[in-house]
Ligand binder design. Structure first.
Ligand SMILES: [Zn+2]
Length: 380
């Protein structure tokens, strides 16, 4: 019997029962020793951009766990992840199985989306009486019960990880291979938690609609990335709440928030910040502050504060620097900031943009960097 269900679901966990005939269970030919293979995939529904109609996307790099038994208790038979196409095919030695279960979950070795109780979101399919050397196709599963945004938030980090990945296979070289600290995101339907990164918990909180904006997810992941780059030893103790791109903050807040904005705008390729309602701020602004006019974040009367204590100026500087051919892009900055690589070989992060600039020797000596930052009203 085939069963598929969303196993996080508090809302009943209603199992879908399908006839075995739809599964295409066929004996594999000539496999010696006998191996059973399972395949399938997962998809989720999400808007391509905030407020746009949903479409389906395949769930990339989610975990796949295969369980089974041939008498006695269930045991783990194999583990893997879906590929960049959201599909998996996993083979393992097995004789006839009484029961075969596949669990797909919003986690992997480097990031996860968790529910209120710190469990990943999951999908399960199972089959009874599986012959030896079978090829079992569980098909493409999809979440139910309004869980899709959790899968969307998870999937969004597939766009960031390959860009910054360290040689260890972790987010930063501070973590040893096989012992990666994950970027953890918590979301649940209807969540009214403020969207923010809580470094004390090393956890991103996403409110109900926040996963609709990939910029929001990438911004918050950018904070978690920075915390990892500093090996969990430094963070601004200023309260950055209520920050806006165009307004003066402390230099520490402008640095961390500007970095996070730049990560999002760079990965999305639009140099912008887009909120969950589609509101958009262009982060590159070469117009200096006009003290005779009111501050305005957007539109024809746009008027920002200047300098490295203004988040948008830091973001614009980083975005234009990362587009500069000799800069090494986002990865170049990540390498400079990585505690194990920075010139002082310590994990104390630069406390503001000027410190970053001063520590990164290449920047200090590069007149083009000075000119890019100056275009964005940051002059050293
Ligand atoms: Zn932030």
């Amino acid at each position: 019997m085939y069963r598929a269900s969303s196993w996080r679901v508090a809302a009943g966990g209603s199992a879908i029962l399908l006839a075995a005939a739809v599964l295409g269970v066929v004996p594999a030919h000539g496999a010696e020793p006998a191996s059973t293979c399972v395949k399938g995939g997962a998809k989720f529904s999400a808007p391509p951009a905030p407020t746009q109609p949903n479409r389906y996307y395949m769930a990339r790099h989610i975990s796949v766990t295969v369980l089974g038994n041939s008498g006695g208790g269930l045991g783990e038979l194999a583990k893997g992840t879906t590929g960049t196409d959201g599909q998996y095919r996993i083979c393992f030695a097995a004789s006839r199985l009484n029961r075969l279960i596949v669990r797909l979950a919003t986690e992997n070795d480097v990031w996860a989306t968790l529910d209120k109780d710190n469990n990943p979101y999951g999908l399960t399919a199972s089959l009874s009486d599986v012959p030896a050397a079978a090829e079992v196709d569980f098909g493409v599963l999809a979440p139910t019960g309004g869980d899709d945004p959790a899968w969307h938030a998870f999937d969004t980090l597939n766009n960031l990880f390959p860009v910054v990945k360290a040689a260890t296979g972790c987010w930063t070289a501070n973590d040893a291979q096989g012992a990666c600290r994950k970027i953890l995101m918590k979301w649940w339907p209807g969540s009214t938690e403020p969207t923010e990164y809580r470094f004390a918990e090393n956890t991103v909180y996403l409110s109900d609609k926040s996963p609709d904006s990939q910029h929001i997810v990438l911004h918050e992941a950018g904070h978690s990335l920075m915390w990892k780059l500093f090996d969990h030893t430094w963070w601004p103790d200023d309260n950055c709440a209520g920050h806006q791109a165009h307004r003066k903050l402390t230099r520490r807040c402008a640095w961390t928030e500007g970095f996070a904005d730049a990560v999002a705008g760079h990965i999305k390729g639009d140099n912008a910040y887009v909120d969950e309602n589609g509101g958009t701020v262009d982060l590159v602004n070469h117009e200096p502050h006009d003290p005779g006019k009111p501050l305005m974040v957007n539109g024809p009367d746009r008027n920002w504060n200047d300098g490295d204590d203004t988040q948008g100026r830091v973001a614009g500087s980083l975005l234009e620097w990362w587009a500069y051919p000799g800069s090494g892009g986002l990865k170049g900055t990540v390498t400079h900031l990585d505690g194990s690589n920075n010139p002082r070989h310590d994990n104390a992060g630069p406390a503001n943009f000027e410190e970053y600039y001063g520590r990164a020797d290449m920047l200090n000596k590069n007149p083009d960097a000075k000119s890019i930052f100056s275009d964005n009203t940051i002059t050293y």
